[in-house]
Design a protein around this ligand. Structure first.
Ligand code: 3HC
Length: 285
């Protein structure tokens, strides 16, 4: 099985930076690729900040923090990922850019490099089909915030071979995650359930004329959720949720999958949640 010594992460947004943080904390040399040096530095700053908070809270030693940050290099050149044993893609949730990237990664990386996508709701099989070696393409779907959420779904696409699949599973476990194996179906396991569930919650806003605050309170206090649905879509990103819901609706044609119009309107108005400073709530709260 491919031994994972060096990992590449493409895209250092909320998910990619979280995944890179997990890798360096697990002792793995990590190369993060962003489109500009400034974005790479900003991600390094966020990772450094979260690791510093762990030191302040006494869950990480200062030396371990510094060593972890030292394992991260950032680059704007995809070619710098050539020596990686595993590359995890966490770029924009659109099929075409992902397919272009995977074709490029296939050209740049060794034939035994495992190529993983963190896609939420796109087809891993369709991404893999952009390469001539789809057997080494796998889904590694982390949850937001990646450093805190225990799960990673290891997704077997139509042509994924056993060895890269098991290498991805073992690596997810090495990152300290609870890994589950599943097949490449729309939404995999969690999003297949969570997206229509969140859509239902948001439709209740209008149906029951309940405020966002009260809906969140109700789901925390009445269903034991750690966060209310409005807080959660603000965290995930309203654009990300709408896109995932549209992708599931396109594939499954179930009305509950379609994003509620209120959410589409918010996305169109630039109310994207935490990352834009405003969603259901203003941020910082
Ligand atoms: N990266 C790293 N560290 C982070 C972080 C991040 N993105 N965000 C927060 N932290 C750290 C911070 O240091 C923070 O501490 P600080 O505020 O003192 O600095 C600490 O983690 C937060 O710790 P808390 O003890 O306050 O955490 P909570 O107990 O409040 O739990 C939570 C936070 C784990 C997010 C919890 O509220 C939760 O489980 N929420 C539900 C999240 C969820 O359902 N996510 C899945 C979304 S669906 C998805 O991702 C699928 C995708 O495909 C769309």
């Amino acid at each position: 099985m491919t031994e994972i010594r060096r990992v590449g992460v493409v895209g250092l947004g909320a998910m990619g930076a979280g995944i890179a943080q997990l890798c360096v904390e697990a002792g793995v040399e990590t190369v993060g690729r962003e489109v500009t040096a400034e974005l790479g530095e900003a991600a390094r700053g966020r990772i450094g900040h979260f690791l510093t908070r762990k030191v302040e809270k006494g869950t990480l030693q200062q030396e371990a923090r510094d060593a972890a940050v030292g394992r991260l290099t950032t680059t704007t050149e995809l070619a710098d990922l050539a020596g990686c044993d595993l590359v995890i893609e966490a770029i924009v949730e659109e099929l075409e850019p992902k397919r272009v990237l995977f074709a490029e990664l296939e050209r740049l990386c060794r034939p035994d490099t495992v190529l993983a996508t963190n896609t939420s709701a796109l087809s891993v099989t369709e991404i893999a089909a952009a390469t001539s070696s789809p057997e080494r393409v796998v889904g590694m779907h982390f949850f937001n915030p990646a450093p805190l959420m225990p799960l990673v779904e290891i997704v077997r696409a139509q042509l994924t071979a056993d060895e890269p699949f098991e290498a991805a599973f073992a690596f997810g476990t090495r990152l300290g995650k609870t890994a589950v194996r599943c097949h490449d179906t729309p939404g995999f396991v969690v999003n297949r359930v969570l997206i229509p569930l969140l859509n239902d919650c948001l439709r209740v806003l209008d149906e029951a004329r309940v405020s966002a605050e009260d809906l969140d309170t109700a789901m925390r206090a009445g269903a034991g959720w750690p966060m209310g649905p409005c807080e959660l879509v603000d965290l995930v990103g309203i654009d990300v949720h709408v896109h995932a819901a549209e992708a599931l609706y396109e594939k499954l044609r179930e009305p509950r999958m379609a994003p509620p119009p209120r959410l589409v309107a918010m996305r169109n108005a630039g109310l994207l949640g935490r990352k834009s400073g405003r969603g259901f709530y203003p941020y910082p709260r």
